[in-house]
Design a protein around this ligand. Sequence first.
Ligand code: SPD
Length: 282
Amino acid sequence: MNNHEIWIEEKYELKNGRTLKIRVTKSIEKITSKFQKIEVVDSKSFGKILLIDGVIMLTETDEFCYHEMITHVPLCVHPDAEKVLIIGGGDGGTVREVLKHDNIEQIEVCEIDEKVIEVSKKHFPDLANSFNDNRVKIYCEDGNKFIKKHQNEYDLIIVDSSDPVGPAEVLFKKEFYQSLYHAINERGIIVSQAESFFYHKKIIKNLFSFINEMFPIYDYYYTLVPTYPSGIIGFAFCSKKYHPTNNFNKQQFLKLRNLKYYDEDIHKAAFALPVFAQKYIE
Ligand code: SPD
C-alpha cells in the first residue's frame, strides 16, 4: 500500500476481527461535539461520506437504499399518515423521503446532536435541504426523554439511529420501546434501525424478545447498503393495526416520484428472510 493513501475503517466491527475499508481522497471536516466525533471525507467510489465516532452513517452514492426503505415501507402501509416523528435522522435523508408523501402534514425531528444537522446542512444539501420545508420542526433533545412527553400522538415514528453504542444505546432498550408504543396512536406504526442479520444476531434477538410481547403486529425487513458492515441493514416494523405486507397500499406507492430503490416488489421481498434469520424474531 502506498504510504500516502488514506483509508477509513469501520471501527465498530474491528473488535470482532472484521473490517470494511474505503479509500478516501481527502478529509473535509472533523469536529468533536458534546456527544461524538463527526467527520466528513470524500472518496472516489462513494462520494462524500459522513462518519460518527468512526462509523459510516451514510455515503452520497448509496444513502438512498437506506433512506427510501426506512421511510416508504411504513408510509406505503399506513393509508393516510399525517404526523410523523423521526428520532435521530439529523442528516435529513429520512425527512427528504417522508416529504415525498403528500398526505404528511407535520414532521418532528428529534436529533440529540445539533452539530450533525449543522454538518449535514454544510456538506450534504441534497439531504439536509429537506429541513427547510415548513412542515418540519426540529428538536435538539434526547430522544428517550422527548418520547416520554408524547402519548397517542403519531401515525408513524421512525428511529433513524446510529448503532447501539454511545448516545444511541438507549434506543435499543425495552423501556424506550414502551415509550414508543404509547407515543403512537391506535393505528400507529414504528420502524427502527435494527442492524444486520449477518453480524448482529444478539442485538436483533434482544430487540424482538420484547417487541414480540408488546406489539400485535411486528416483523423485520432489510435493505442492501454496500457501505454498511455485511452490506445489509435491517429494520424492525412494529404496528398496532396494519400488517406490513397484507396492508401494502398501492395508492400510496403510485403517488411517489423519484425513487431509485423502492417499489412494490422490493416492499414484499424485503420481508423475506433467510431461514437462519427467521429464528431471530420469533
Ligand atoms: N452501522 C451504521 C448504521 C447507521 C444507521 N443510521 C444511519 C443514519 C442515516 N440517516
